[in-house]
Design a protein around this ligand. Structure first.
Ligand code: CA
Length: 227
């Protein structure tokens, strides 16, 4: 029996899918917002996530990236949008499969079983992190920007990887020093600043005109997709 998490804001669709999936032998938990979904992924560790792209609080693709940053859980997108772009974005952000609404419970169940079978082949691979055009592949220790490989030192890669796991979050220099360098914070330590400026240069941006690496004065730094 698979434990499924359904993230779907439409109560009628939610009720129908819960019933259909339970009838097919799955355990189903359901939430109606992106943030409740992220919380449930962290707390309940489902076997598979079924994700609606049109959610009230966050875009589904954005949620997908957030989930991918913290979990390798298989994800199937269930979307009413059949625009190719959404599907490509979703698959690019780490979805395992997708279905365009309306679909039958039998179709959905077949996809779920196929994805779960694939996922059972070996240990889960660390997910490739995607922030805008930036991709960070922890397994291969490769990063690229707009499909151009970035030539990073091991420390720069670790720094970028740490930030990419927390897209949009402000991270303090103290945290970077203790978590990435694993040394105690010395107050006047310029190590983090220096490495951030090197990383910034390799991302092709400047402190004055940041794109991905945004300094939050007096607090720290944040990695996010340019607006
Ligand atoms: Ca919806």
């Amino acid at each position: 029996m698979a434990r499924l998490l359904l993230i779907e804001d439409d109560p009628a669709i939610r009720t129908t899918l819960i019933r259909a999936l339970r009838e097919r032998g799955h355990a189903v938990a359901a939430v109606g917002t992106a943030m409740a979904g992220l919380q449930s992924v962290l707390d309940d560790r489902p076997d598979l996530v079924l994700l609606d792209l049109g959610l009230p609080d966050r875009d589904g693709v954005e949620l997908l990236r957030m989930v991918r940053a913290v979990s390798p859980v298989p994800i199937i997108i269930a979307t009413a949008r059949d625009a190719d772009r959404d599907v490509v974005l979703g698959l690019d952000a780490g979805a395992d499969d997708y279905l365009v609404k309306p679909f039958t419970a039998a179709q959905l169940d077949a996809r779920i079983r196929a994805v779960l079978r694939r996922g059972g082949d070996g240990p889960p691979q660390p997910a490739v992190l995607v922030v805008g055009d930036l991709r960070v592949d922890p397994a291969a220790r490769l990063a690229s920007l707009a499909d151009e490989p970035l030539d990073l030192t091991p420390r720069e890669f670790d720094l970028l990887h740490y930030l990419a796991r927390r897209p949009g979050q402000v991270v303090t220099k103290r945290e970077l020093l203790t978590e990435v360098w694993q040394v105690p914070y010395g107050g006047a330590d310029k190590t983090v600043d220096v490495h951030l400026s090197w990383l910034r240069r390799k991302l092709g941006e400047t402190a004055r005109e940041p794109r991905y690496l945004q300094t939050v004065r007096g607090v720290g730094v944040r990695l996010g997709a340019p607006r």
